[in-house]
Design a protein around this ligand. Structure first.
Ligand SMILES: [Zn+2]
Length: 105
């Protein structure tokens, strides 16, 4: 259950961070340059989206982490798209596989 909550928490956090970043950057663009064209908006929003998404996921994993039930050290989350999200302990090789998969391959 805690793995499930942790995974959901990461996605909610990164989703919220992404929305807020896009909102803030959008406000800055509008305040500075007026209404940009769709193309310019697209060029700015896409990198902001990825930086905010990946950045917030990294920060989440860095500051909030689960400890291994076997040895107590930090569990590493593996969330590659297309494979179930797993938690792995580098010290004792404990592995927990969730049933959640990101992406659809
Ligand atoms: Zn361990």
């Amino acid at each position: 259950m805690k793995y499930y909550l942790y995974t959901i928490g990461m996605f909610l956090t990164s989703f919220a961070a992404t929305l807020v970043s896009i909102f803030v950057v959008g406000r800055i663009i509008y305040a500075t340059f007026g209404k940009p064209s769709d193309f310019v908006l697209f060029l700015v929003i896409v990198p902001v989206f990825f930086v905010a998404l990946l950045g917030s996921m990294r920060l989440y994993a860095k500051y909030i982490h689960l400890s291994c039930p076997e040895c107590g050290s930090k569990l590493k989350m593996d969330n590659r798209p297309g494979t179930p999200v797993t938690y792995h302990c580098e010290k004792c090789n404990y592995l927990y596989r969730t049933s959640m998969t990101i992406g659809s391959r």
